[in-house]
Design a protein around this ligand. Structure first.
Ligand code: MLT
Length: 264
């Protein structure tokens, strides 16, 4: 079977995923600033699972069913406050630095963000959905190498309705790592573009990400500016993160994965 490697840049593209047959496709969703980086951090600090909710009302409904879960998320980059929910302020925002072991250890977190959680949900019909971030890039590449899915689709969450520079860089970095596995198959121009962009920017990722639209917004907020440097750290953790068919994001330890294919 011919393999395919493709990147979706903008939210308008992931909203059309319901029209595609994703049954043999593994999606990797990038929201470098900050949703997927934050979820990976939460799992690394002992959160049991994350429930990505597309809307605030959905997160609130999860909390009503499971009062013990934590509510997390942002609108306009800021933790969701009571005025957006009819009273209940969220426990956490979307800053990875908030998701410490003391706060999230042993807890399930229902989370809704402007783009990242919507992108994850749009990929739900795929054979598997992984969370991409610089924080677990190598582990994600290794996971893909072991599974070797025939179709690999990187989905950039974007910022509002636009493509986001930092997500394309993340997707490009992963394209670069899995290139030996997919270069002989059908490689979309979008994958070439993302990889090329990453190669141009790789020596100063922080500089590149800080000048992005969302990077500039975060840098302008004294409470959130350190999130930008946090999210461009490479391989802080050694696990992949996967959204299962039950809709929950969990840690996938590499050791637990059997070697599926021996590459020659
Ligand atoms: C999103 O999901 O749109 C982002 O994670 C926004 C943010 O930086 O909080």
């Amino acid at each position: 079977m011919t393999t395919t490697l493709e990147v979706l840049f903008a939210p308008a593209e992931f909203t059309l995923l319901s029209q595609r047959d994703l049954r043999q496709t593994v999606c990797v969703v990038f929201d470098v600033l900050r949703a997927t980086s934050t979820m990976v951090t939460a799992l690394g600090n002992g959160a049991t699972a994350i429930a990505p909710a597309a809307e605030i009302a959905e997160a609130l409904a999860i909390r009503q069913r499971q009062p013990e879960i934590l509510l997390a998320g942002e609108r306009d980059g800021i933790r969701i406050e009571g005025r957006l929910t009819g009273g209940l302020g969220f426990d956490l925002g979307n800053s990875p630095r908030e998701f410490t072991a003391a706060k999230v250890g042993g807890k399930t977190v229902a989370m809704t963000t402007t783009n990242g959680t919507r992108a994850l949900r749009a990929c739900a019909p795929a054979a598997a959905v992984l969370l991409g971030s610089f924080l677990n890039l190598r582990a994600t590449a290794e996971f893909i190498e072991r599974q070797h899915p025939p179709h690999l689709l990187m989905v950039c969450s974007g910022t509002l309705d636009q493509a986001a520079y930092e997500d394309v860089l993340g997707a490009g970095a992963l394209c670069d790592m899995v290139w030996p596995q997919y270069a002989a198959g059908t490689v979309a121009d979008s994958a070439h573009m993302a990889r090329r962009l990453f190669r141009i920017e790789q020596d100063d990722l922080l500089g590149a990400v800080a000048q992005s639209r969302n990077g500039r917004r975060l840098m302008a907020n004294p409470d959130l500016r350190d999130d930008v440097a946090f999210c461009v750290q490479r391989d802080l953790v050694g696990f992949a993160a996967e959204m299962g068919k039950d809709g929950l994001v969990r840690l996938r330890a590499l050791e637990a994965e059997p070697q599926k294919k021996t590459r020659t």
